[in-house]
Design a protein around this ligand. Structure first.
Ligand code: COA
Length: 170
């Protein structure tokens, strides 16, 4: 009798305001490790996003469509507790990025809280490429707002969306 191995399904959550090359690096790494990846876009995440909920989802969809790994990646928006979303979507783990030691404390706290809320859902940490450890969505927004070149920091659809925002403001 052959036993079929259960497919691994993980969630990569964030506000993604907007998705950057650092996030993309994490998505690529997670895709190599797991069978299915759900990129979960938080509606609010306690922040006041520049890009609205639908645009943040759309920009990730456009980004992954340009890549060859789109078969096992889906993008879903969520509101409410991440732990509930993970259970509802039958995910075994939450993937989070660790860029520097400074990320660790909050990540550790969130991982333990998520485990308390959903005890079967583990948190897995991955490191983005070294080139992106200094990157955050806030810094990208700030550089763009001041007219700096962000073309090497974000996927092309995001770069276009920023240009559109700047054009419509003129
Ligand atoms: N490359 C580049 N930047 C990265 C990155 C990477 N690999 N990983 C994280 N970042 C950046 C993000 O862009 C973000 O930048 P910003 O603060 O300038 O916008 C920053 O690091 C923090 O990102 P992250 O830690 O992923 O936070 P987030 O706000 O994107 O996501 C949620 C946090 C949505 C996952 C969390 O708030 C959540 O789970 N909310 C749901 C409610 C809930 O369950 N609360 C209880 C949690 S225990």
């Amino acid at each position: 009798m052959t036993t079929r191995k259960k497919k691994s399904r993980v969630i990569y959550p964030g506000t993604f305001d907007p998705i950057t090359n650092g996030h993309l690096s994490l998505i690529e790494r997670a895709c190599h490790l797991f069978d299915e990846l759900i990129v979960a876009v938080a509606k609010n995440g306690g922040k006041n996003p520049l890009f609205n909920f639908n645009d943040r989802i759309k920009l990730i969809e456009q980004t992954i469509r340009r890549k060859s790994f789109n078969r096992n990646v889906t993008v879903i928006g969520f509101d409410g507790l991440l732990a509930d979303f993970a259970v509802k979507n039958k995910a075994q783990a939450i993937v989070r990025g660790l860029r520097a030691v400074s990320d660790f404390e909050i990540e550790f706290q969130m991982a333990l809280m998520n485990r308390k809320l959903a005890r079967d859902v583990e948190t897995v940490f991955l490191m983005p490429s070294l080139s992106w450890v200094y990157l955050s969505s806030t810094i990208v927004r700030d550089v763009a707002r001041h007219g700096g070149d962000i073309s090497g920091l974000v996927p092309r659809p995001v770069w276009k969306a920023f240009n559109l925002k700047i054009e419509t403001k003129k």
